[in-house]
Design a protein around this ligand. Structure first.
Ligand SMILES: [Zn+2]
Length: 287
């Protein structure tokens, strides 16, 4: 069955091109940053030292894949795969190539997800980390393909798979090809489930649309970052549709935990130790 999925994955419209730029460890800037929650002025160095969390109020700023790898992975163990995979323009959407180039320049990434293997406290895992900076973390053929391959790598090597999600949804510039990624990633998640290999999801701000509607909700355990927006359609669309005012904190991580969509909300500083605990608990005595 896994072979079947692998063949399906290989037949996707994704194609390999020369390697893109390195994953940035941090985004360098000299100006101080204003917290959108409490308006405190924070120096970039203080923000980086605090894992991009406001020291005054605990607001979680968005984080890039390279920064998360630096926090999560044992030093020197992260080995990226599928880095050279870049998007084509399957429905010949005007201006898409330019948008991709601009997103690559701005984010210093080749696509909206970084995938690789690493060790966390010497436990081998597969890690996939999405970036909102690259076209709003939208899922096109390459994002779907890389997420699928990450899960299949976990299946093949029997490593638990950890996925950090952040996405505005399906990539409209790839039309139906983006929607196909929902079925493909969900099939791979089902394969992991059948093989008894853990899939841990960490839902970051925002996790919405086609990503929520597919693999993001299929983890064995759904962890969320504090304050993260998690849902399918956004609050404004829902409010406009049902013509009712939504409750405070609607679709935020804490609200979704209360409603049972999220298993636990975990502050960033505690995520590594939580993942280690979960990995050990699900190792079957091998870790
Ligand atoms: Zn703050």
């Amino acid at each position: 069955m896994s072979e079947k999925i692998e063949k399906r994955a290989a037949a996707s419209s994704a194609q390999t091109k020369p390697p893109a730029a390195q994953v940035p460890a941090t985004q360098a800037t000299s100006a101080s940053v204003s917290c959108p929650s409490c308006t405190a002025e924070i120096s970039p160095a203080a923000l980086d030292a605090n894992l991009k969390v406001c020291p005054s109020c605990g607001y979680h700023f968005r984080m890039e894949p390279g920064e998360r790898i630096a926090y999560l992975a044992d030093p020197g163990t992260f080995v990226e795969f599928c880095r050279s995979m870049t998007s084509l323009n399957p429905i010949s959407m005007e201006g898409y190539e330019e948008k991709l180039s601009e997103a690559g320049r701005k984010s210093n990434l080749s696509e909206a997800v970084v995938t690789g293997t690493c060790e966390i406290e010497q436990i081998p895992v597969v890690l996939a980390l999405m970036s909102f900076s690259f076209m709003g973390g939208s899922m096109g053929s390459v994002v779907g393909e890389k997420i699928t391959r990450a899960m299949l790598k976990g299946l093949k090597t029997r490593r638990p798979v950890i996925i950090y999600t952040t996405s505005g949804g399906a990539r409209m510039q790839e039309g139906i090809f983006s929607l196909m990624q929902m079925a493909k990633t969900a099939s791979a998640a089902a394969e992991l489930d059948r093989a008894g290999i853990p899939l841990f999801m960490v839902l970051c701000d925002p996790t919405t649309g086609g990503v929520t509607a597919s693999f993001a909700m299929l983890g064995d355990i759904a962890i969320a970052e504090p304050g993260a927006l998690i849902g399918f359609a956004g609050p404004r669309v829902i409010e406009g549709t049902i013509k009712q005012t939504l409750p405070d904190g609607f679709q935020r991580a804490e609200f979704q935990q209360d409603k049972g969509f999220v298993d636990l909300v975990c502050p960033r500083r505690d995520q590594r130790s939580l993942l280690v605990k979960l990995l050990k608990a699900h190792s079957g005595g091998n870790a």
